[in-house]
Design a protein around this ligand. Structure first.
Ligand code: 4AD
Ligand code: MG
Length: 448
C-alpha cells in the first residue's frame, strides 16, 4: 500500500474487479468467458428460482440470467431487490443466444448492488413532453436518446475527420464577443466587467481572420441566439460548424458543402445502422444523399412558390412553409442561391452585375427539415466592407480588426455555418431539435 496509485485506487469505492471488465457492446468478443459488467437495471422479470435482469451500461443492453443455484444466496436476494435504474456490478459467463436482444446473454455468477434506486420517474409507459423535458437528466438514459447521442457523435467526428483530411485546421472562436455577426436583434447580452458583451451568434468573423492566417480553418462550438420564435427548429444555444476558406469563391464553397454533407450522411449509414434502427429511421432517403446537390436561384424559387400558390414576393425571406414547398421538389438537399442583399448579413459579397443579390446560398434539407446551412462568399473589398458596416449601423470601432483583414492581403474567401442539431435532427428524423442536444436551451426553458 505504498504508492500514490495504490492509495487512490483503494479509496475509490469500487471493489476490485472479479473478472475482466467489459462494455456490453464488446461482450461478443468474450463468448465462453467470465466477464464483469457495470451498469444499471433497465428491466427485469423473475420466476422464483430464475431472475432475468436486463442491464444497460450506455453501450448496449444485455440480459443476465441469475439462477438460485449458481450465485450465492446473498447475491440472489440482492438481485430480487433491484429496482429500475439501480446500479450493479455483475459477473457472468457470456453465451451466444440468437433469441437474446443483441444476440448474447450472461449466465450470472455474482451480483453486487452499488446503489438501490428510488422509484424511477421514467417508466416504459408514455410520458408527456414537458415531463420528459423536466427530467432530461434522466430521459437521456433511454435507448432512443442514447441512439441519438451516438449519431450526434458520429456526425461531429465525421465532420472533423473530413475537414482534417483536407488540411483544415480547427481554430476555436471566442464565445464572449464585443460585437454582432448576424444582426443585432437576436444578441444575447451579458457584461464583461465594465462593458457590455454578447454571447457569440457565430464564430465566422474570427474564422475569417483565422483563414487569412492558416488558409483553411473551421470552428465548432456553441452559438447563441435570443430567438423569440418558439419553433421546433430553433434553439437558444446550438452548436455550429463554421469552415472558412481563403482563395475560395461561392461555387467552390458549395462543392465543399455537398461533399462534406454527403460523406457524413453515408458514414452515419455505415457506422450507425443499429442506432438508426432504434429510431426506426427509413434510410432510403438518406442513401440518395450524394454529390452534386441541385441548385436553384432565389429568383426561380420565388417563381416556383408563386406557381405553387404561395403568397410570396421577391425580397421576402423564406418561412417554414416556403422551404417545405421548395424542398419537396427535390430528393436531395438543395441550394438556394443568390438571396436579396437586403435580407442577408452585412458581410456578403454582391453578385458583380446585380448588387441587389448576394453570393450566398442556404442549403435546405429534404423531408421537411429546411435550412441546415447558411453560407456565402465574403466581401473582400475594403471600401465596400466599410460602407456595409456603416449601412448596418454597426459600431466601427468594434470592427476595426475585421476591416484590417481587407487592408492586409485581402483575398476572395468563403465559408458557411452548419447547424449541428438541425443536421442531426434530419438524419435521425426527429420531430423537434430538443432531442438532438443533451441539454436543450429553449425560449421557455433553462432547466435542467
Ligand atoms: O444562417 P446562419 O445564421 O449563418 C451564420 O451564422 C453564418 N455566420 C455562418 C457562416 O457563414 N459561418 O446560421 C447557420 C446555421 C443555420 O443554417 C442553421 O442550421 C443553424 O445555423 N441555426 C440554428 N440552429 C438551431 N437553432 C437556431 N436558433 C439556429 N439559428 C441558426
Ligand atoms: Mg441562415
Amino acid at each position: 500500500m505504498g504508492s500514490v496509485e495504490e492509495k487512490v485506487a483503494a479509496s475509490g469505492g469500487l471493489p476490485p474487479a472479479k473478472a475482466p471488465v467489459v462494455d456490453i457492446m464488446d461482450v461478443k468478443d468474450h463468448v465462453g468467458q467470465e466477464v464483469e459488467i457495470r451498469g444499471w437495471l433497465y428491466n427485469r422479470r423473475s420466476s422464483g428460482k430464475l431472475q432475468f435482469l436486463i442491464l444497460r451500461d450506455g453501450s448496449g443492453l444485455i440480459q443476465v440470467v441469475l439462477a438460485a443455484n449458481s450465485v450465492s444466496p446473498d447475491d440472489f436476494a440482492a438481485g430480487n431487490r433491484l429496482t429500475q435504474e439501480s446500479s450493479v456490478i455483475v459477473t457472468g459467463v457470456v453465451r451466444a443466444d440468437s433469441r437474446a436482444p443483441g444476440g448474447f446473454e450472461l449466465t450470472g455468477t455474482s451480483l453486487r448492488l452499488v446503489s438501490l434506486a428510488g422509484e424511477y420517474p421514467i417508466t416504459p409507459k408514455e410520458h408527456g413532453t414537458e415531463f420528459l423535458m423536466d427530467n432530461r437528466h434522466l430521459w437521456l438514459r433511454t435507448p432512443r436518446q442514447e441512439a441519438i447521442m451516438r449519431i450526434r457523435q458520429e456526425v461531429t467526428l465525421g465532420l472533423r475527420q473530413w475537414l482534417a483530411d483536407r488540411g483544415f485546421i480547427e481554430m476555436p472562436s471566442p464565445i464572449l464577443t464585443p460585437s454582432s455577426c448576424e444582426g443585432t436583434s437576436t444578441l444575447f447580452e451579458t457584461t464583461y466587467f465594465e462593458r457590455k458583451a454578447y454571447l457569440s451568434q457565430s464564430g465566422q468573423l474570427y474564422a475569417e481572420a483565422a483563414a487569412m492566417a492558416l488558409g483553411k480553418v473551421f470552428t465548432l462550438g456553441p452559438t447563441f441566439r435570443a430567438e423569440k420564435s418558439k419553433t421546433r427548429r430553433h434553439l437558444i444555444e446550438f452548436w455550429m460548424l463554421e469552415p472558412e476558406i481563403a482563395f475560395c469563391d461561392q461555387a467552390e464553397n458549395m462543392v465543399i458543402q455537398e461533399e462534406m454533407i454527403s460523406y457524413v450522411v453515408q458514414r452515419v449509414l455505415a457506422n450507425r445502422a443499429a442506432e438508426l434502427a432504434v429510431l426506426e429511421r427509413d434510410t432510403a432517403p438518406l442513401q440518395k444523399v450524394t454529390p452534386p446537390f441541385p441548385k436553384i436561384m432565389y429568383d426561380d424559387a420565388v417563381e416556383l412558390l408563386k406557381r405553387k400558390g404561395h403568397e410570396f414576393n421577391w425580397g421576402d425571406d423564406f418561412g417554414t412553409p416556403h422551404e417545405l414547398a421548395i424542398t419537396e421538389e427535390f430528393e436531395k438537399p438543395v441550394f438556394v442561391v443568390g438571396f436579396p442583399t437586403a435580407i442577408k448579413a452585412f458581410y456578403m459579397q454582391p453578385f458583380p452585375e446585380r448588387p441587389e443579390i448576394v453570393l450566398a446560398a442556404d442549403l435546405l434539407a429534404p423531408e421537411g427539415y429546411g435550412e441546415i446551412i447558411g453560407g456565402s462568399q465574403r466581401i473582400h473589398d475594403l471600401d465596400l466592407i466599410e460602407q456595409r458596416i456603416k449601412e448596418h449601423n454597426l459600431p466601427r470601432a468594434d470592427y476595426e480588426w475585421y476591416i484590417d483583414l481587407r487592408k492586409y492581403g485581402s483575398v476572395p474567401h468563403s465559408g458557411f455555418g452548419l447547424g449541428i442539431e438541425r443536421f442531426v435532427s434530419w438524419i435521425c428524423k426527429l420531430e423537434h431539435l430538443r432531442e438532438a442536444i443533451p441539454f436543450p436551451r429553449l425560449l421557455n426553458r433553462i432547466y435542467p
